[in-house]
Design a protein around this ligand. Structure first.
Ligand code: MG
Length: 451
């Protein structure tokens, strides 16, 4: 039975995701990530204590010791797993940016990276079996670990130029969305010596401020506050703080590809290692243009942060990330990391000055994102039909179909999670981007009608 989606098992608390499922998944996890100890952590959701307890009980019944790290961000759990040799895996209880009634279970391999699809499939297989618990003498114990968040922040701080940041005397607004970053990210700002203004900083799983997805409509308060406080920048995390989205010193919301571009520049000019950035094919060509203008290279992958992370490892790239604010830094760990992203952006502002001025200097592109409803069994045929319709165009088949024109590109990509087909069109010329978007949306509709 398929249970894991692109970000673990998700469902409504006490609906699909109830104690019985959590307990049995806990048992199943040990058959794949055991023998343990296994670390477990959670976000601030109302149901997180309940789900964490049930998963932990299942794991202990199979003989695994459990390290309970409490309420910390997903990357803090991953850092703990990565840096504790004896820990054989990790479990995060979170539904990231989903509404408050949801929760989720996400699994981490012994090296701290997200579990591979094969490991998730093995957990699903175990879930179907009748698993045998250990004799009473071998039942696992729970150890409470209360400093995993602070150790994680110390590691983040050690990867940036703290003297430079302190001297810049910056003021930063932080929106924790009442999620898992409420303790760690304010601590980060304190350790970096910046003046902090924290909003939505209480652990509250009802999400009283706004939902935990850091999209522009949820960040009106942060944008206003940055201007009112004359802050140098603002940033916001999603519910489990593996992502980070920024607001400029002028109170402007910055889509994730802007931060990817600016932090790529910092990495190329001041970081160590290969001059190579990794990002999915859906990212704006603005990033590629900037990276290449700095004498570095850019590699495209399929969409998905674990895919980006694995390519970074294979190619020896120091930095990569997606355009949703999930950035990965190889000198820290191979997963999306909200606090590390924030720390690097604060360093970039300390080094280069105004964030808005940096944004204004970036190459300008117009990207139009559209989607069509498409049944899963029609997705592949649709891709092939479109490819056949454009035999003489330059194509990239890394993920779906990317048609590359002299003055822009179109990406036609089946969604991995929903019955949807995504159609992105980008160009420096707004009219061209719009014309191609209309053209391919029409073409997709025509083909779907004929299937
Ligand atoms: Mg997240």
């Amino acid at each position: 039975m398929k249970m894991f989606g692109t970000n673990g098992i998700r469902g409504e608390s006490n609906g699909y995701l109830d104690c019985e499922l959590a307990l049995k998944i806990g048992k199943s996890i040990v058959t794949v990530l055991g023998p343990g100890p296994i670390a477990i952590a959670m976000d601030t959701r109302v149901s997180s204590d309940m789900i964490r307890s049930a998963v932990s009980a299942g794991m202990m019944s199979m003989g695994a010791d459990v390290h309970n790290l409490g309420m910390i961000p997903t990357p803090a759990l991953q850092y703990y797993v990565k840096t504790h040799e004896e820990v054989t895996g990790g479990v995060m209880i979170t539904a990231s940016h989903n509404p408050p009634e949801f929760n989720g279970i996400k699994c981490v391999s012994g090296d701290g990276t997200e579990c591979k699809p094969e490991e998730e499939a093995a957990i699903e297989d175990a879930y179907e079996r009748d698993l045998k618990v250990v004799p009473w003498q071998e039942i696992g114990h729970e150890v409470i670990v209360d400093d995993a968040g602070e150790r994680y922040i110390d590691a983040v701080v050690s990867k940036v130029d703290v003297d430079l940041i302190r001297k810049a005397k910056l003021k930063v607004c932080l929106d924790c969305a009442n999620g898992a970053s409420v303790e760690t990210s304010p601590l980060l700002l304190k350790k970096l010596g910046v003046e902090a203004v924290v909003i939505n900083g209480q652990p509250d799983g009802m999400f009283p401020g706004h939902y935990s997805e850091p999209v522009e409509e949820n960040l009106a308060e942060l944008k206003e506050r940055v201007v009112k406080e004359s802050a140098d920048l603002g940033f916001a995390h999603d519910g489990d703080a593996d992502r980070c989205i920024f607001v400029s010193d002028k109170g402007k919301y910055l889509p994730g590809d802007y931060s990817l571009a600016i932090l790529s520049k910092l990495q190329i000019q001041h970081g160590e290692g290969k001059k190579l950035i990794v990002t999915p094919v859906s990212t704006s060509a603005m990033v590629e243009e900037l990276v290449c203008s700095l004498g570095a290279d850019l590699t495209y992958t399929a969409v998905g942060s674990p895919i980006v992370a694995r390519r970074m490892i294979a190619d020896g790239s120091p930095m990569g990330g997606e355009d949703n604010g999930g950035l990965i830094f190889a000198d820290h760990q191979y997963c999306r990391d909200g606090a590390m992203t924030a720390a690097r952006m604060i360093e970039a502002v300390a080094r280069y000055g105004s964030l808005q001025a940096m944004v204004d200097e970036l190459p300008k592109y117009v990207t139009i994102k559209a989607a069509a409803r498409c049944d899963n069994d029609k997705k592949e045929i649709l891709v092939e039909r479109i490819a056949a319709n454009h035999p003489s165009e330059k194509m990239d088949r890394t993920d779906g179909l990317k048609i590359i024109f002299d003055d822009g590109w179109v990406l036609l990509r089946p969604s991995g999670t929903e019955p949807k087909f995504r159609i992105y069109s980008e160009s420096k010329d707004a009219d061209v981007a719009k014309r191609r978007s209309d053209q391919f949306v029409g073409e997709v509709a025509d083909i779907l009608k004929s299937l």
